[in-house]
Design a binder for this molecule. Structure first.
Ligand SMILES: [Fe+2]
Ligand SMILES: [Fe+2]
Length: 393
């Protein structure tokens, strides 16, 4: 059977001189040499399909010129379905422009009522791990506390990579019509990069060093043979049920994973032994709260606007069951995470027992926050939640 891919046929690449001659003989340069400009874009009437709009004048609000100000000036509601086009929302198209199919075209699939304002907030609250942390004020810690913090931050670094690696590949799937989601997720990837950076800097700034990379083995139970035998790193994320659609990704990452991370950052601030450590956790927390806020409000939008609401809720429950099992093992039952937090909470390795009790209270708080967050979005999992009410130790 003939291979569908023809590998023997070679395309001859022209020399620079040949290419210049070919380009010079094309209609447009020929036309221009005769003094005849094209001006299709210039002569098109606004709204005729070639040019978009005209006479729009967005007025800056108190914070400056926001996307919300631009939307208000445009005055066009965001449609429920994006067109098959690379056009930015509101633009016209060159008559020869070919359609472009996107994977994600429905508003209900990506939207959240706070999406635009969250993006704006992220832009205005940018910070720099190099200059905005008072590194020079870092104080030496007893070796066991430094080691525990380095382990905790090594674990959190893994989490930051997981978030970016799962989210960023979705960027080319969003229709450009919904620029808000593209901008928000691109900005989130940047936030996660800064988190990786700040944790790495902290690990290397105080006499400690990078700790133990944890094996995700147990956390992969129920996620397929490939996941268990290869570890998460080798599994193609889109083949994983947790990450197979944007709704699944957003629930698993923004709601469950980052909801837990947000609790852990808050715990990190509480556990921080130096003002610098508390400062670091405060900074990452404000970013993380935004990521969780999108996830929660997207869940609400999804539940309220998905075409088959009942089926979607059922699907999200099934996904939530898996995500909760996965992240319980990954976050709250892994020895290195439990113990590094407990050493910090107990103020030393000798007082780990007391630290474990404090860790368990963090877990209860995380669980309560999670259930209340999804409850506000319209998903009641009080009877179904796979996070047990108490950690089993
Ligand atoms: Fe993060
Ligand atoms: Fe995040």
């Amino acid at each position: 059977m003939a291979s569908p891919i023809r590998t023997s046929e070679k395309i001859r690449i022209p020399t620079p001189e040949e290419f210049a001659t070919a380009v010079a003989s094309r209609p447009y340069p020929t036309q221009l040499r005769k003094g005849d400009a094209d001006l299709t874009w210039f002569n098109a009437k606004p709204g005729d399909g070639v040019w978009g709009s005209w006479g729009v004048k967005a007025t800056p609000s108190r914070r400056g010129l926001t996307l919300m100000d631009c939307e208000a000036a445009e005055g066009t509601p965001v449609a429920e379905v994006g067109p098959a086009s690379v056009a930015p929302r509101g633009a016209g198209s060159e008559p020869s422009l070919l359609p472009r199919e996107w994977d994600i075209n429905d508003k209900w699939d990506v939207w959240a009522e706070n999406l635009t304002s969250l993006y704006e907030e992220g832009c205005s609250r940018q910070w720099c791990a190099t200059q905005d942390i008072d590194w020079h004020k870092l104080e030496m810690l007893p070796p066991d506390l430094e080691r525990a913090l380095c382990q905790y931050n090594t674990f959190l670094t893994m989490g930051e990579y997981l978030a970016t690696d799962v989210l960023a590949p979705w960027l080319p799937q969003f229709n450009t019509y919904f620029h808000e989601i593209k901008l928000f997720i691109a900005a989130q990837a940047n936030d996660e990069a800064r988190h990786t950076e700040v944790f790495r800097k902290r690990i290397l700034a105080n006499g400690g060093g990078l700790g133990m990379t944890i094996n995700l083995g147990n956390a992969l139970v129920g996620m397929g043979d490939a996941a268990q035998s290869q570890g998460l790193g080798k599994v193609k994320f889109h083949e994983n049920p947790l990450f197979s659609t944007w709704n699944h990704v957003s629930y698993a990452i923004h709601v469950v994973f980052e909801g837990a991370i947000l609790s852990m950052f808050r715990f990190g601030e509480f556990l921080g032994k130096t003002d610098v450590d508390k400062q670091i956790f405060r900074m990452v927390m404000q970013d993380e709260a935004r990521h969780v806020a999108y996830g929660s409000m997207h869940l609400k939008y999804l539940i309220e606007h998905a075409p088959d609401r009942e089926a979607k809720i059922k699907e999200i429950h099934a996904l939530a069951t898996q995500a909760e099992m996965f992240f319980l093992e990954l976050f709250f039952l892994h020895p290195a995470t439990v113990e590094s937090c407990a050493v910090l909470a107990g103020n030393g390795v000798d007082n780990i027992g007391e630290g474990l009790e404090i860790y368990k209270s963090l877990y209860r708080k995380m669980r309560a926050e999670y259930l209340s967050r999804i409850g506000r979005a319209g998903l009641d999992r009080s009877e179904l939640c796979m996070f047990p009410a108490e950690l089993p130790f």
